[in-house]
Design a protein around this ligand. Structure first.
Ligand code: PLP
Length: 474
């Protein structure tokens, strides 16, 4: 409720205002007439500026207040006025129909909603401690094999090779399939740059193709057109939890005898025709970075059902050193290993992956329920034929051209969002590899990822939806 020290009579001077501000501790005073009708506002910063500009503390408030203040009406709720808070405006008076100050809204700084957050409430700490106490903290230990078995099994593949992160998983897959100099690899334009960087790191030439505007994933028709004599592999990226059209992509790959490496970093557990992503290609690559569906802090995995590819990946992961003959190196390898500590966290995470996908789905449903009526919002497609997407980061498109304004407004009220990835072909670094990019540019400019964390409340979702709604009222 509003206290008397928020007010200062219009008959007073700057000194009176300073006293009120000092007493209420809010950095602002409402300057009112005898009927408590708001004449204007004055902040501590205003007083400081006035003094620096030669005014004195005895100068009348009448001539020195801000009369073009932002106010709210009695029927406005906190979320109605959220939009008006910014770097300067932190307090908004509420006026009745007579302009009498009846209350005020204060920006709540303590609200901070991150875009993503690891959820570590199962056996993570138990297993981590167990691995620690066992002293197997390096890259040998039971959690590594457990994690590899559990995760590959979950995805419907025979083998898993745990690695240090999702990017080297892609590199390991490419090297294992002997893709390098002179080979072309088809990648989608809309993805995280790790996809194309991995191709460049093995010395191959990426060919960037456009996305399909419904799924936001690689468009198989564009893949067809981009195939050349040099094409050795396709990397479909299951973007923002949405599976690619794996039927068409597999058909194309078989026809031309080229490999498929799936980038599943954003789609753990997603399905196409009731088969999990990662199990379609020669090798499926996953990331367990902190913001992914399940996490090991940093980490990744390659899964495959080919014993031959599995053996080769293990060899390459561990310096190319013979498993039978210590210090005898068969190929030029890497150290791409994951530690037993990370794998311990991974094992706990996989125990609750179904639960995790469920709360994500429910959260996405709640967002979509609040947003689906807005004519400036397009929701990510949830029911494309044969596909069962998962909710990684809740993703929407804003069609009124004001995407960046909304991001800024949400940031001002402590809500973290992300714009979609910048299409690879838009960056100088990768432009030369562009084959087609019409839809990806259009979609990318409209896209926002919304906070997707376990503890997000219904009222938070409402607040976020309100930012998009308020535009409609204008
Ligand atoms: C996160 C991500 C990666 C890379 O994973 P890291 O573990 O961070 O190296 C690769 N591809 C896509 C699409 C990603 O989102």
């Amino acid at each position: 409720m509003i206290t008397n020290d928020m007010f200062c009579p219009i008959s007073g001077n700057l000194f009176d205002a300073l006293c009120a501000i000092n007493k209420n501790g809010k950095g602002i005073a409402f300057v009112v007439n005898a009927e408590y009708q708001l004449e204007g506002i004055i902040t501590d910063g205003d007083v400081r500026n006035l003094l620096l500009n030669g005014k004195s503390l005895q100068d009348k408030l009448e001539d020195n207040i801000n009369r073009s203040y932002v106010s709210a009406g009695e029927s406005d709720s906190y979320s109605d006025v959220l939009n008006n808070f910014n770097a300067v405006i932190k307090i908004i008076p509420v006026l009745d129909h007579n302009k009498k100050v009846v209350n005020y809204y204060e920006f709540n700084k303590s609200i901070h909603i991150p875009i993503a957050q690891p959820h570590l409430t199962g056996n993570e700490l138990n297993y981590l401690l167990d691995a620690f106490i066992s002293t197997w903290i390096s890259s040998n230990g039971k959690y590594i094999t457990d994690f590899e078995n559990l995760f590959s099994n979950y995805c419907g593949a025979n083998y898993g090779v745990a690695v240090s992160n999702g990017t080297v998983a892609l590199e390991l897959a490419l090297e294992t399939l002997e893709i390098g100099c002179g080979d072309e690899v088809i990648v989608p334009d809309l993805t995280f740059a790790a996809t194309i960087n991995a191709v460049l790191h093995v010395g191959a030439t990426p060919v960037i193709v456009d996305i399909d505007p419904e799924s936001w994933c690689m468009d198989p028709e564009e893949v067809k057109k981009a195939i050349s004599m040099k094409t050795k592999a396709i990397i479909p990226v299951h973007l923002y939890g949405q599976p690619c059209d794996m039927e068409s992509i597999t058909r194309i790959a078989h026809k031309h005898n080229i490999c498929i490496i799936e980038d599943c970093a954003e789609a753990h557990g997603a399905e196409f025709k009731e088969k999990k992503v990662g199990s379609f290609g020669d090798i499926g690559c996953f990331s367990f970075f902190g913001n992914k569906v399940i996490t090991t802090g940093e980490g990744g995995m390659c899964i495959t059902s080919s014993k031959k590819l599995y053996d080769k990946m293990r060899l390459l992961r561990d310096h190319g050193m013979s498993t039978k003959h210590k210090y005898f190196h068969e190929i030029v390898g890497h150290n791409f290993r994951m530690t037993n500590l990370q794998a311990a966290i991974g094992v706990a995470q996989i125990e609750s992956i179904d639960e995790c996908l469920l709360w994500r789905k429910k959260l996405e449903d709640k967002y979509f329920e609040k947003l689906h009526n807005l004519n400036n919002i397009i929701l990510q497609s949830n029911h494309l034929l044969y596909r069962k997407k998962i909710a990684w980061l809740v993703s929407i498109l804003v069609t009124d051209g004001k995407r960046d304004d909304y991001i800024e407004k949400l940031k001002n009220i402590g809500i973290d969002t992300r714009p979609f990835f910048i299409p690879l072909s838009k960056m100088n670094l990768y432009r030369q590899y562009m084959f087609s990019n019409k839809e990806s540019s259009r979609i990318s400019e409209m896209g926002i990822n919304l906070p997707t964390t376990f503890d997000i409340k219904d009222s938070d979702i409402e607040k976020i939806a309100d930012i998009f709604y308020s535009h409609e009222k204008l």
